[in-house]
Each structure stands twice: as C-alpha cells, then as structure tokens.
Design a protein around this ligand. Structure first.
Ligand code: ADP
Ligand code: MG
Length: 339
C-alpha cells in the first residue's frame, strides 16, 4: 500500500469550467478514503489525475513518496474500477482477469496462479469459464474489482463502482468491499455521491463542492461536526438555520429565541444553528428546562421504526423524528409544543 499526497492540484476545462480549484489532500497508506460530493464537483477528474489519465494544470502529486506527476499511467502502481465495469463482454471471466497480467508479459503459469487465486478470493471460482455477457450486474462488478486487484496495485481507485446496482446488492457489496480492503491493506480511493455509502465504508471522507474540498474527516466527525452549511446539507441535515442575532448563550434564527447549552463552545457570534430531528420532543410533556417552540404539523411520514413530522414554526420548516412505539401520534394540522 502507498500513501498519496496532493498539493495544489488544479484542473480547468475551457475558460469557465474549473473542475478542481486547488486540492490539497493527504491519504494514508492502507486507508479506505472516500471522495464525496454532488455530480460535477470534480471527483472523477481528481481520480483520473491520480491514475495519470488526466494531466493537472498545476500542482504536485506523490504516490508512495514518489513524485508521479510526469509518470505515465501504466508505470504507476495504481488501478481503477469504473462504474461501467469496462470489461470485455465476449471474453471469459478468466481471460478478463488475465488481461492486465498478459499485457505486463507475465508467464502463463504465474498468470494462471494469480487469476485462480483472485477468483477464489472474490468468490467467483466457479464462474471462470463463463463469458462475461452471461453474468449479472453484481457478478460483473466483482469481476471488474478482481481484475483491478490481480495486478496487485498499491492504490486502487474506485469511481462510483456500486451506483449501477440495486439497493440490496449494493449494501452487500459495500460490506464485502470494505472487508476486502481491510484484508488486503491496499489504499482505496473510493468515489461516491451517496453520503450513506460514504459513511458506512470509509475510514475518512473528503467532501467536495465545485472543485474545492469542504471538509476532511472520519464519518462521525463529518456527520456530527459539519464544517459549513454545504457539508451539513449534503450529509442530510434538514434543520439548518442562519443565526440572525445572538448573545453568549442565546441565538435567534427566526424560529424563536433559543437558549444554548452553556457547555457549548462558540467562537463566533454568527453562523448556523443545526437542530437534530431526533432530539426534538413533541407534545405536552416537554421538560421545563427545554427551549419551547409552538408549531403546526404539516406532514406526517410513516417510516416504520419511526415517524417523521414536517412542521412549520413561524413560517420556517422544521423536521422532527419520533420513535414509533408508545408515543402519542400527532395529526396533520395539530398545533404542538416542540421541546
Ligand atoms: P464528478 O465526477 O464529481 O461528477 P467531474 O470530475 O466529472 O465531476 O467533472 C467536474 C467538472 O468538470 C464538471 O463541470 C464537468 O462538466 C467538467 N468536465 C469534466 N471532464 C471534462 C472534459 N473532458 N471536458 C470538459 N469538461 C469536463
Ligand atoms: Mg464522476
């Protein structure tokens, strides 16, 4: 496994399209690292620069401590798995897996040994003689992965490899892929636009927007302490309110005046207030020392294990989530006290 160090990577397509606006990022050897961001934020461009398939306009790139900016793709110990599989459909699984080794000129005996080993590893041992176009999407993605791993790269790049799969299979491959990475110890740079996928799989995540890194951290750091409003929204936090007035221990956001926990450290008077839907209490028995708001239930969404309420408070939307058992159920149109 190799570490990766990026410094000031920039890439522009045409005059107005800045894909990467100066990316600094350090990825540790053996890390499962995820680039997370909306479509068009520059994820694929960054991966292609790591692979050597795209040239950066500016910046430095080291892989395993070695400057690689001028090293061509096939001389980097880096392999890529694409969303589209990029397999040869008319060839057998075995020939697909052996392709890279053949290109490298490995002798047949060595080639066969490695192919058998990786096929076993990825649970495709019984399929090696099949043609790829006879296999399911999940099987094809496993083969694409095995084909990238058989060459024993120090770094594996994965560009949204699971997004074409249905939810069940996707969840299963998320777990398998994460286990595989830990067993092999290869550095993974994984790209996704799905924050749940990123949180489940990664050691660390970099959130990208418009070619700029917004935050780097562990899944819990990013979910629990988003660095800015973009990251908070992207991680699925709905209840985000701009602070319009504040003092050391209270804030106003238009919802109403809210007292802050005195233990809460604040270094700036303005900013954003984020309210976690699961911490809100609805109904009559709001504890006396809680902040109280009055709101109206606009929508009630049944989500199985919990109920989601879409409320309005002083014309601002607010989401609350309550457990589904032994709770009073509120109806659309009800006025409720919110703690
Ligand atoms: P992502 O993978 O996050 O969806 P990309 O890296 O593919 O984003 O694209 C980032 C930006 O760069 C987008 O605005 C995209 O339109 C632009 N872009 C990417 N590749 C090219 C290209 N070959 N030519 C022109 N513009 C490109
Ligand atoms: Mg992309």
């Amino acid at each position: 496994a190799s570490s990766i160090r990026m410094q000031g990577l920039r890439k522009q397509f045409g005059r107005d399209s800045v894909a990467l606006a100066g990316v600094d990022l350090d990825i540790d050897a053996g890390e499962f690292f995820t680039l997370l961001g909306p479509s068009g934020c520059g994820k694929t461009t960054l991966l292609r620069i790591l692979a050597g398939l795209e040239e950066a306009d500016d910046g430095q790139l080291k892989i395993g401590g070695k400057d690689v900016i001028d090293v061509p793709p096939h001389r980097r110990s880096v392999n890529t798995v694409f969303q589209s599989y990029a397999l040869f459909p008319h060839l057998s699984v075995r020939d697909n897996l052996a392709f890279g080794l053949r290109m490298r000129g490995e002798p047949a005996a060595e080639r066969n040994r490695k192919v058998a080993e990786v096929a076993e590893f990825i649970k495709l041992g019984s399929l090696v003689e099949r043609r790829v176009d006879q296999l399911s999407g999940g099987q094809k993605q496993r083969i694409a992965l095995a084909r990238a791993l058989v060459c024993e790269p120090d770094v594996l790049l994965l560009d949204e490899p699971l997004s074409a799969l249905d939810a069940g299979l996707r969840g299963q491959l998320q777990v398998e892929l994460q286990r595989l990475q830990k067993r092999l110890g290869v550095t993974f740079v994984f790209v996704t636009h799905d924050q749940d996928e990123a949180m489940v799989m990664s050691d660390r995540i970099a959130v990208l927007d418009s070619g700029i890194i917004q935050q780097v951290g562990t899944p819990s750091e990013i979910y629990e302490h988003p660095a800015n409003a973009f990251v908070a929204r992207f991680m699925g936090h709905d209840n985000l309110f701009a602070i319009t007035a504040s003092d050391s221990n209270w804030v106003d956001t238009g919802l109403g005046r809210l007292q802050l926990d005195p233990a809460e450290q604040r270094d700036t008077p303005d900013g954003w207030l984020l309210i976690r839907p699961e911490t809100l209490e609805l109904g009559g028995d709001v504890p006396a020392d809680y902040n109280r708001l009055e709101g109206t239930v606009e929508e009630r969404l049944y989500r199985g294990s919990r109920i989601e309420y879409r409320l309005t408070v002083n014309d601002h939307p607010l989401t609350a989530v309550a457990g589904n058992l032994g709770q009073r159920i509120h109806d659309v149109g009800d006025r409720v006290t919110i703690g």
